[in-house]
Design a protein around this ligand. Structure first.
Ligand SMILES: Cc1cc2nc3c(=O)[nH]c(=O)nc-3n(C[C@H](O)[C@H](O)[C@H](O)COP(=O)(O)O)c2cc1C
Length: 348
C-alpha cells in the first residue's frame, strides 16, 4: 500500500510543520510526581512514541494552576520548576525527530476541592456537574461561577503556563477547550447559564474562548498555538452542542480572524464517523489552516480522509497506549496490540 498520505510531511502558511500526518492524542495518565512534575518514566513513555515515528505528540493535559486541577497525580506547569521537568522529555522527543505540544488544561467544575487546595472549583456556572468524580469517588464539587475578575485571573494563569511551556522548548501549546472542561463550560449552552456578556447568545458563549485565545496569540506565534474543541463527542452517549452548526459558523471564522491556524477537533471515546466526521464536514470549508482530527481510525480510513482533504493530521489515542511504536505499525502494516482498559494502570 502506498504511504504517500500518512507519511508525507505537512506545512501550510502559519501552521505547525510536522514530518508526517500521525499525531498521538492527548491522554491523561496520572503518573506525575508529588510536585506535579514530569519524571524519567514519563520521558521514556513519550520518547518511545517518538522513536516509533510519530509526527506530533500532544501531551496529556497539563494543569495551568493548582486551582485548575481536578485529577490525581497530573502534571502542572504553573512554575518554572514544573516546566523544567519537561525539558528532558522535549529533548528525548526531538532527538527522534518528532514534535511535542503541551496541552494546557483547566478542569473548571470537573473537579473537587480535594484537588484545588480546598478552594471551590470555578466554572461558567454555579451548578455542579452531574455524577461522581471517578478520581476521588465523590460527587463533583460545588463550583463558583467566575466573575469578571476571576475570568481575568484565569487568563493570566493560562498566559503564565503558556510562557512557561514555550520557554522550556515545547513546539506548541494546545488550549484544551474540549471535553467539558472550563472553556467548553462556557461554549456549551447546556452548561453555561450566565446572564452576562459571557452567556446566552452564541457570540457571548464564545467570548471566553476567543478572549483567551487572543491573549495567548499575543505571546505566541500562530504556528505554536493549537485549539482543541469537541462539538460532538462521547459523554455516556453521543453528545452534540445544542446549536453546533451555528457555533461552528461563528467560532471558527472568529478564531481564524484572531490568527489561529491550528485546530484540533476531537470526540473523546466516540466513533469518529458518528461525531467528529460530521464536525469536520462543517469545519473544513471554514478552515484553510491545519485541521487535526481522528479517533481509532484504521489505516485505510485515515488514508482516505487525508486523500479527501477533510483533515491534515490524524490523531490516535488508545492505540498509542497499547503500542509505543504505533506509527511504525502503521508504516509496516504490522499487527497492533489491542487496547484494554487495564493498560492505563501502567506506563509502558
Ligand atoms: C486514558 C485517556 C486519557 C485521556 N485524556 C485526555 C486529555 O488529557 N486531554 C484530552 O484532550 N483528551 C483526552 N483523552 C481523549 C483522547 O485524546 C482521544 O480524543 C480519545 O481517546 C479518542 O481517540 P482514540 O479513539 O484514538 O483513543 C483521553 C483518552 C483516554 C483513553
Amino acid at each position: 500500500m502506498s504511504n504517500s498520505g500518512l507519511f508525507s510531511p505537512f506545512q501550510k502558511d502559519g501552521t505547525l510543520s510536522v514530518r508526517n500526518r500521525i499525531v498521538m492524542s492527548a491522554m491523561t495518565r496520572n503518573f506525575a510526581d508529588q510536585n506535579h512534575q514530569a519524571t524519567d518514566q514519563i520521558k521514556e513513555y513519550y520518547r518511545k512514541r517518538a522513536e516509533g515515528g510519530v509526527g506530533l505528540i500532544l501531551t496529556e493535559g497539563v494543569v495551568i494552576h493548582p486551582s485548575a486541577d481536578g485529577y490525581n497525580n497530573v502534571p502542572h506547569i504553573a512554575t518554572k520548576e514544573q516546566a523544567d521537568s519537561w525539558s528532558p522529555v522535549i529533548d528525548a522527543v526531538h532527538a527522534h525527530g518528532a514534535k511535542i505540544a503541551c496541552q494546557l488544561w483547566h478542569c473548571g467544575r470537573i473537579s473537587h476541592s480535594d484537588y484545588t487546595g480546598g478552594l471551590p472549583p470555578v466554572s461558567s456556572t454555579n451548578v455542579a456537574a452531574a455524577g461522581i468524580n471517578r478520581q476521588n469517588n465523590k460527587p463533583f464539587g460545588q463550583p463558583v461561577a467566575l466573575d469578571a475578575a476571576g475570568i481575568e485571573q484565569v487568563y493570566q494563569y493560562f498566559e503564565i503556563a503558556a510562557r512557561n511551556a514555550l520557554a522550556v522548548g515545547f513546539d506548541a501549546i494546545q488550549l484544551h477547550c474540549a471535553n467539558g472542561y472550563l472553556p467548553d463550560q462556557f461554549l456549551d449552552s447546556r452548561v453555561n447559564d450566565r446572564k452576562d456578556q459571557y452567556g446566552g447568545s452564541v457570540e457571548n458563549r464564545c467570548r471566553f474562548t476567543l478572549e483567551l485565545l487572543e491573549r495567548i496569540l499575543a505571546i505566541a506565534p500562530s504556528e505554536k498555538v493549537i485549539v482543541r474543541i469537541s462539538p460532538s463527542r462521547f459523554m455516556g452517549e453521543i453528545y452534540d452542542w445544542p446549536d453546533m452548526e451555528e457555533m461552528i459558523n461563528y467560532l471558527l471564522p472568529a478564531m481564524w480572524k484572531l490568527g489561529l491556524r491550528n485546530l484540533d477537533i476531537c470526540c473523546a471515546n466516540a466513533n469518529y464517523f458518528d461525531t467528529s466526521a460530521r464536525v469536520v464536514k462543517l469545519a473544513r470549508p471554514l478552515w484553510p489552516g491545519l485541521l487535526i482530527a481522528g479517533a481509532s481510525l484504521t489505516k485505510p480510513q485515515a488514508e482516505q480522509i487525508l486523500a479527501d482533504g477533510d483533515v491534515d493530521l490524524i490523531t490516535w489515542g488508545r492505540m498509542f497506549i497499547s503500542n509505543p511504536n504505533f506509527a511504525e505499525i502503521l508504516r509496516t502494516d504490522a499487527e497492533a496490540v489491542p487496547f484494554v482498559y487495564e493498560m492505563v494502570k501502567e506506563l509502558i
